[in-house]
Ligand binder design. Structure first.
Ligand SMILES: [Zn+2]
Ligand SMILES: [Zn+2]
Length: 196
């Protein structure tokens, strides 16, 4: 199976290489409880029924791992389809399979890195001596002032703290708030870089 460094600086370019297929017992809003093939490929989760694709679920900001149960190897997911929230529960067979799928799903949620010639927030231009920083929460390129925080973005499968911009920090701090037009269940601890 494909292995990926979870703290890799690369965003989705590496993630595109995931190609997992497993037979799982699942519970899904419209399909009910079934045992079937799931495929994770290029940030899309496919649910198969008798060899045909029954559901195609994009793993994006609207795809959220709500909870996980390490003793029953169950991963609880919510996602938005046709403007409605649907639920999906995946039951893995082993701890390794559970951990591997959980991490692959989290990493697949990472935003795609977006870079313009300027900082997304204050519009200052990047040049040789003004390095761009990527906010790992929204994926945008920023100057050092606008991307000054570090946070544990465990919802994206990171183990170490990552750079986060001042706008995302505001959203991460507020419980129940909507981030980037989507649901956001994880609120990691925030630290200012200048404190360490
Ligand atoms: Zn800036
Ligand atoms: Zn951000």
């Amino acid at each position: 199976m494909y292995k990926l460094d979870p703290d890799s600086k690369k965003f989705t370019s590496t993630i595109q290489n995931y190609n997992f297929v497993n037979t799982f017992k699942i519970q899904e809003s419209t399909l009910g409880e079934i045992t079937t093939d799931l495929r994770l490929y290029q940030c899309i989760l496919y649910i198969y029924l008798e060899g045909k694709i029954a559901q195609k679920i994009p793993i994006d900001q609207n795809f959220i791992i709500k909870s996980e149960n390490i003793s029953s190897y169950a991963i609880d997911i919510s996602y938005i389809q046709n403007e409605e929230i649907s639920d999906l529960k995946i039951f893995a067979h082993t701890l390794d399979e559970f951990l591997e799928w959980k991490q692959a799903l989290q990493v697949s949620r990472r935003p795609i890195a977006q870079s313009l010639g300027n900082c997304k927030i204050c519009s200052v231009r990047f040049h040789l001596f003004r390095k761009r920083y990527y906010c790992k929460s929204c994926g945008n390129a920023m100057c050092s002032n606008c991307c000054m925080y570090r946070a544990r973005l465990s919802a994206y499968g990171y183990r170490k703290k990552q750079d986060v911009c001042i706008e995302c920090v505001k959203l991460l701090r507020l419980p129940g708030k909507v981030a980037h037009g989507s649901l956001f269940f994880h609120r990691p601890a925030i630290e200012n870089k200048s404190f360490f």
